[in-house]
Each structure stands twice: as C-alpha cells, then as structure tokens.
Design a protein around this ligand. Structure first.
Ligand SMILES: [Zn+2]
Ligand SMILES: [Zn+2]
Length: 268
C-alpha cells in the first residue's frame, strides 16, 4: 500500500491569514501520515481541519499530540471527526502537571473559554496516556517517542512501518546534548519534520524559547543520515516572499530539503 505524508498546517505559534501567506499557509501544526494501513495525525493545530475531507471515508484514526501549547491543539475545538458518531479517533499524549491527556483536553475545552466540552466527543474511541522514551503499536506500525527540549514537556515521535520511518520533531530547541539524542532517534529516517522557527540571526534573541533553526536542521539531516528534511513551524513574520527566498537558498545547499507548505504531499 502506498504511504503518504500530507502537510495540513505548518505555521508556528499562531495562525496567520493574509494575502502574503497564501503559498506556505497560515494554519498551525498538523500533519497526516497514511502508512502501514493506518491514518496517523501529528498534532491538532488549526491545520487538522483540512484533514476532514481526506478522512471522510476513514473510521479509525490516531492523533499523536506533541504537547499542549495552543498552536498544537486549537483544532480540537472544531475538528469534525471528534464530534461524529461512528468515527473512532484514538488520542495519544503524555501526562503533564499531574493530568492525564483526557483531563488536559477537558481543561482546554471548557467554560468560560469554550462553549462545548469533551462530553460531545462522540467520535473518540479512547485516550492513551503515553510516556516519553517508550514505544507503542498501532496495528503493524510502531511508534517510538522521545522527550523534546521544549518548555512544558514536549514529545517527539518516530513512526516506523515496512522498513520506513518518519520523525516528527517540532517544538524542539537544539543543544549539543539534545541534538545528539535527536540524531540517534532520527537515524536513517525517510523524513524528518524539524522545527525551523528561527533563522540563525533571530535565534540569538530567542534562546531558551524552545525552537530551532534551519541551519541546525541541516546539521541533523547530515548527522542522522535522513533522506528528506521537511522544515516547519514557520515564524509568523515569515511571509511567502521570505520563505521562497529561503527555499532557494536551501535547495542550492541540498536538494532534499523543503520548507513545508500547506497541502504539500510526500510519497513514501
Ligand atoms: Zn508550537
Ligand atoms: Zn510549544
């Protein structure tokens, strides 16, 4: 069966909407991986709303949440499969602040912040509490996890099937130690989705904020022997023109490096 990774949303921190952001898109983090006969989503930023038609005929899907920062979960409030009887969405996430993943989502979607809560989630099959560093299975697919270097306990995912692997490493800040661990975790992956929120210059003012740069992404690609590097979590100031010129620079350095674009698909 053919496998495919689709970019649903790749904007970092906050959604943006403007004529200067039409090409790369303004929706926040969400990616759909259709592999090993499973439908696996990384994060539920506003981009996840675009999966509704792709998953129209799919009953069971699996949503891997990296962490609870708003840009990664905002889409939960309006993602139709969650509210649809007959759908079977499995939600995975770590325990944080003593709260199970179900309790964290319930806390996010409640009055007075939002009018409907998880009691209306007729399409959820189960909530799965996971632990960073451990692995679990979804059918024939194996999911490995790693603690991210990011405020409030992020989780990075490595999904493996049929000898292939995709690594999701958004909301990750490089450091000698963290990058070494991630290089081992991403070893020989087909695709590494990497946090390139900042340029090396803007990063200098944002050290400790939990994000990385495209230069660090290139270093990791090399160190891990990754085939394709997909850079995402674009900063909200980076409009299409800026990202186009960055893409040209990246292609000149390495033809297998892409800035994620909403709607883009990678066959695996
Ligand atoms: Zn984020
Ligand atoms: Zn974050």
């Amino acid at each position: 069966m053919n496998s495919k990774l689709t970019v649903l949303g790749c904007r970092g921190s906050m959604p943006v909407s403007d004529k200067n952001f039409l090409k790369y898109g303004g929706a926040t983090s969400s990616f759909l991986l259709q592999a090993g006969g499973e439908n696996i989503l990384f994060d539920a930023g506003t981009g996840i709303l675009k999966s509704t038609t792709l998953l129209e005929d799919v009953a069971e899907s699996h949503l891997l949440i990296s962490h609870m920062h708003m840009d990664h979960i905002m889409g939960l409030a309006f993602w139709r499969p969650l509210f649809t009887k007959g759908k079977q969405v499995h939600i995975y996430g770590e325990k944080r602040n003593g709260l199970m993943i179900k309790e964290q989502i319930a806390d996010f979607l409640k009055a007075p912040y939002w009018p409907v809560g998880i009691e209306l989630f007729q399409g959820v099959a189960d909530y799965h509490d996971i632990t960073a560093g451990e692995s679990f299975s979804i059918g024939d697919v194996t999911v490995k996890t790693m603690r991210s270097n990011h405020p409030n306990e992020g989780t990075l995912y490595r999904v493996e099937w049929d000898g292939k692997a995709v690594v999701y490493a958004l909301d990750f800040e490089h450091s000698e130690e963290a990058s070494e661990k991630l290089a081992a975790f991403a070893k020989d992956a087909d695709v590494l989705i990497y946090d390139s929120t900042y340029s090396p210059e803007t990063y200098l003012q944002k050290k400790g904020w939990g994000h990385s740069t495209w230069v660090e992404g290139l270093k990791l690609k090399e160190a891990a022997g990754v085939k394709t590097l997909l850079l995402a979590h674009h900063e909200i100031d980076n409009n299409d023109e800026m990202l186009d010129s960055l893409q040209a620079k990246l292609t000149a350095l390495d033809k297998d490096v892409y800035l994620a674009k909403e709607g883009m698909g990678i066959a695996l």
